[in-house]
Design a protein around this ligand. Structure first.
Ligand code: UT7
Length: 332
């Protein structure tokens, strides 16, 4: 078995900053409620004339490759995590592949929402560990702004989600990098956070033009309370599982990069793990919850700020729609 290591990280965020004040002109909400309940001050929304999931991901991937000093032609496989692919099908992995001029290599999409990046990292890690590939691009990218209900009816989700992309270059290595990954799901809660359409569950008679004009099913539906309650439990379980697998203790974590779901969730985990503020990376204040993109964007920024040093133990953890949850432990 080989080892795999992240050798480069990159990210891309759309330019358009959407403040809480702006949202309060669209719906009945306010800055105080949003900051107090979520920690979010602003998020980015795409400009549909400029940004697509595929091209934002390509920009993030180019930054990751440049920082890694790895030529794009060395990439042998793409694992692309998104729930907001450019088209219903095919997935956005092939779109990014085309943008990068990598025609011919395999591209796989992962649709596991907020846990998507860790699932994608795990898949790439297995391919490298077994010797199938030496260099894999692992990407998380989302455009959620176009699916949000930006009226008062959709305010519990419209204020949370944002757009962005992050990428990691994973390569075969002599020394252990990805120590372990842990993936979980519980489909009994699938409808607690979901978008119904254009799913195949819609019967033929409901797929007539007049129903298609009704776009309600295309909006994000979330039972926020239920998601929150499960999230705090599953985040901790996944982190403890990762530590136990590697015979490490919570004191051994140098940096925790949690999925940016809600600042209150991150703060709860921080308290449970007894970590200092500088040991937990949060950027939800600036970008909101970017689902599969949140961990690679946060890692890319943390790396650029010098927060991930050689030999550090980095812990990733996520929870989201499905429900799915996951963790990864990395020796940097
Ligand atoms: O990425 C993984 C997936 N997502 C998550 O992890 C999110 C997990 N859940 C959450 O972050 C929180 O549940 C929310 C931030 C979504 C909501 O916070 P909450 O403290 O659970 O509020 P709530 O849903 O219990 O709603 C409290 C009140 C309600 O009004 P009433 O019924 O008490 O009169 C809501 O209608 O707040 C109202 N409300 C709002 N008010 C102003 C809901 N959204 C808003 C809003 N602005 N944007």
């Amino acid at each position: 078995m080989y080892s795999s290591k992240i050798v480069g990280l990159g990210h891309h965020l759309p330019e358009q900053v959407i403040t809480n004040e702006y949202l309060s002109t669209l719906m009945d909400t306010n800055d105080e409620w949003i900051v107090e309940r979520t920690g979010i001050q602003e998020r980015r929304w795409i400009d549909p004339a400029k940004d697509t999931v595929g091209n934002m991901a390509a920009k993030a991937a180019r930054m990751a490759l440049e920082r890694a000093k790895v030529d794009v032609k060395e990439v042998e496989f793409i694992v692309f995590a998104t729930i907001t692919s450019d088209y219903y099908f095919p997935g956005s992995g092939v779109i990014m592949q085309r943008e990068l001029g990598l025609e011919g290599i395999g591209a796989m999409d992962i649709k596991n929402a907020c846990s998507g990046f860790i699932y994608a990292l795990s898949v790439a890690d297995q391919f490298i560990k077994t010797g199938m590939y030496k260099t894999v691009l692992v990407v998380g990218a989302e455009i959620q702004s176009t699916a949000l209900d930006v009226t008062t009816r959709g305010r519990n989700t419209a204020v949370i989600f944002g757009d962005g992309a992050g990428a990691a270059v994973l390569q075969r290595s002599d020394k252990p990098g990805i120590l372990s990954t842990h993936l979980h799901a519980d489909g009994r809660y699938a409808e607690e956070l979901y978008v119904k359409d254009p799913g195949s569950s819609r019967p033929r008679e409901e797929r007539q033009p007049e129903q298609i004009l009704d776009t309600t099913g295309f909006k994000v539906v979330m039972n926020g309370n239920q998601v929150f309650k499960h999230a705090v439990v599953r985040f901790m379980e996944a982190i403890n599982e990762a530590l136990a697998t590697n015979q490490l203790k919570k004191e051994d974590i140098n940096l925790l990069v949690p999925h940016q779901a809600n600042l209150r969730i991150s703060q709860y985990i921080q308290e449970k793990l007894n970590l200092r503020d500088d040991q937990v990376y949060n950027n939800i204040q600036r970008y909101g919850n970017t689902t599969a993109a949140s961990i690679p964007i946060a890692m890319s920024e943390a790396w650029a700020e010098g927060k991930m040093k050689e030999n550090d133990v980095i812990c990733l953890a996520a929870f989201g729609s499905g429900f799915t949850w996951a963790s990864a432990l990395i020796r940097w």
